[in-house]
Write a protein that binds this ligand. Structure first.
Ligand code: AMP
Length: 306
């Protein structure tokens, strides 16, 4: 099944205790499409970049089978730029710079060939733009998942609430879930957030795994204990790409299959953090992915006789 992805395609500058990068390729949709390209048959990108965005990087996305017909290039404008610095524990970071540039007036145009997409992943972007994409889909997709962040909760809460009400799955981190719901306890936060519209909610907890909720059940997937976390940038987006990519490839949106999708998302995210930026994500093999998923299965399996 085909998967439509929207989000930022950007330049990032990252600082972690292990080092610092100048402008490298990043952006939510970059991580989502790269991650899902290993799983879904057809990945279709809707995004915008400026004339400063390297053509080689667009070619790199294409070499992963990602359809870039929906990637607009505004020759006379600058690409979105984000810069962040991680604290020593790598679990928290400060955003140093957010320059919307080309994203400020982004009008997401959906190519006719994308209209049959059954799965849609709304990566981190202005909630108005995310909603426009939903409204422009002529056939209702089978499943719409959405990511967002505190930045939009701070500056566009009403628009965000409207978009959240239209999606099936919301994927956010624990801090964002607390801010969005006003509740500290995550189970209470989940109930409040699902009452806002989404039937399913995923709360990511970084190195402490991820929780998947629906109205009646909760599932927990641990994160792989890694020796070294180099750079967590894009891990959330890579998780989302693995999650929705797996659902699109299996075309099964039952809660049980979503549990498997959470494992795939967690496995893909565990690769992302091993190197800076997209470095680790761009040349994975199927056997590496299978071996990593197996590690997750081993990690969470236990036999108890009662
Ligand atoms: P994550 O580490 O999963 O939260 O994602 C980091 C990515 O999100 C970076 O590559 C940034 O370019 C992108 N990003 C950061 N802030 C924004 C924003 N306000 N809108 C869209 N994308 C963003």
């Amino acid at each position: 099944m085909s998967l439509l992805v929207i989000g930022s395609v950007a330049f990032d500058a990252i600082e972690t205790p292990f080092g610092k990068t100048d402008k490298i390729i990043g952006g939510a949709a970059t991580y989502i499409t790269l991650s899902s390209s290993y799983l879904a048959d057809q990945v279709q990108l809707v995004a915008v970049v400026g004339g400063d965005f390297p053509k080689e990087d667009i070619a790199l996305l294409q070499s992963h089978g990602i359809d870039t017909q929906g990637l607009q290039i505004k020759e006379n404008e600058k690409s979105f730029f984000w810069s962040g610095k991680y604290h020593n524990d790598m679990n928290s970071r400060d955003t140093l710079v957010t320059e919307l540039n080309v994203l400020e007036h982004f009008d997401p145009i959906i190519p006719a060939s994308y209209q049959n997409s059954s799965y849609v992943m709304l990566g981190n972007l202005s909630p108005d733009v995310q909603r426009t994409v939903i409204e422009r889909m002529e056939i209702k997709p089978k499943l719409i998942a959405m990511d967002t962040m505190n930045f939009w909760m701070d500056i566009a809460k009403d628009a965000l609430d409207k978009t959240i009400a239209m999606v099936d799955v919301l994927i956010i981190n624990d801090e964002e879930a607390r801010q969005l719901s006003g509740e500290y306890a995550l189970v209470k936060a989940a109930q409040k957030i699902m009452a806002m519209g989404p039937q399913f909610l995923i709360i990511k907890k970084g190195e402490h795994g991820a929780l998947l909720f629906d109205a009646d059940s909760v599932y927990f997937c641990p994160a792989l204990p890694l020796e070294e976390v180099f750079d967590p940038t894009g891990a959330g987006d890579t998780f989302a790409g693995g999650f929705i990519g797996y659902l699109a490839s299996t075309d099964d949106i039952s809660f049980d299959n979503m549990k498997r999708a959470v494992i795939y998302g967690s496995a893909m995210a565990s690769f992302c953090v091993e190197k800076f930026g997209t470095e680790r994500l761009v040349n994975l093999s199927d056997s590496e992915i299978h071996a990593r998923v197996q590690q997750f299965i081993d990690l969470s399996q236990v036999q108890i006789k009662l």
